[in-house]
Write a protein of this length. Sequence first.
Length: 145
Amino acid sequence: MVRKPILFLDADVLIAGSGATSGASHIILQLSKLTIIDCITSKQAQTEAERNLMAKLPLVVPTFRQLLDVAVKMVDDPLPQKLQLFQGQANPKDLPILTAAILNDCDYLVTFNVRHYYPASEDIVILQPGEFLERVRILLTNLVG
């Protein structure tokens, strides 16, 4: 049996997915809500997303919290000594995000800031939300075609 893909969602994807009723980020959250994929995020990403939503779109915060509760598994931020294992593979402020994604066996790190990440391992793929959905579309087309 094929394992469901595990996605780590960066803060920008959480914001976009909560703030709109359409778009790739929102669809990813809906796929996770339907248990077609598994999505996780870290406390750092959740805090950053919520802080930005409170400042710019405060009316969306309840929707954001509800989506996190039903569609996203929360994981702890990595310990400082774990960050050293992946030093130089992401912008310094984004290193905890990449580290959390790798340590939690994610197949994909989904972000709008792909240029901030340059992992040494091919075990994780950095994609924008639309790029991930394109992969899903191709996979489904191949299954039925």
